[in-house]
Design a protein. Sequence first.
Length: 221
Amino acid sequence: MAAVISTAAWLKVFLHAAKHEASEVNGLLMGVSMPTGGGRPRVVVEDAVPLFHHPTTAPMLEAATLMAEEWGAAQAPKLAVVGYYHANKRAKTHVLSPVAQRVADKVEANCPGAAIVLLDPDMIVSEPERALRLCAASTSGSDEGSWAPSDRSLKPRDPTTATAKTLAEHLAEGGPVDRVVDFDDHFDDVGADWRNPGLVTVAEEARGGEGGSESKGDEER
């Protein structure tokens, strides 16, 4: 399975994890699933929807997923849930939690070939383009069906984007990230917009506008 991610979505994952570095965080990856062959990626992630930074309950997850799916269906072009991301606390833990394993199973069941991603904190500064590690399900042995990080990464569509590199470094150093909103925030205050409109532009301004932007479309996500 091959996959790429827009810089805007890539940055949202980093922002979410950086805001709640003392907690596990997770979210949905929204995009399109494309046929294989001809060198085209199977999964193209266009946006990210931050889910939770507190322990996840099934009813909350179902409600959040439904809202994300309805929002995605209203976009042009339509976006579907094509992946899931998970970040552990800032510690050297490189496995998906049991809850994350179950969510990954559901996402894969609805979108075969989905991008299941674990944020690797060791790579945030040194190799940010490789920090989103793609996970694969074991096909044999006692771990059959379990998801584990592979040696492949979900990389930005434009891996040389200066803004992405400098912002990733900035986040790792504790930069301002309080603007990112997830569904925990939304359920506490319905005025908190989990779609995070303009978040990437705000983040770039906080960084000082270094490096420009990938595209107008990415800026508006």
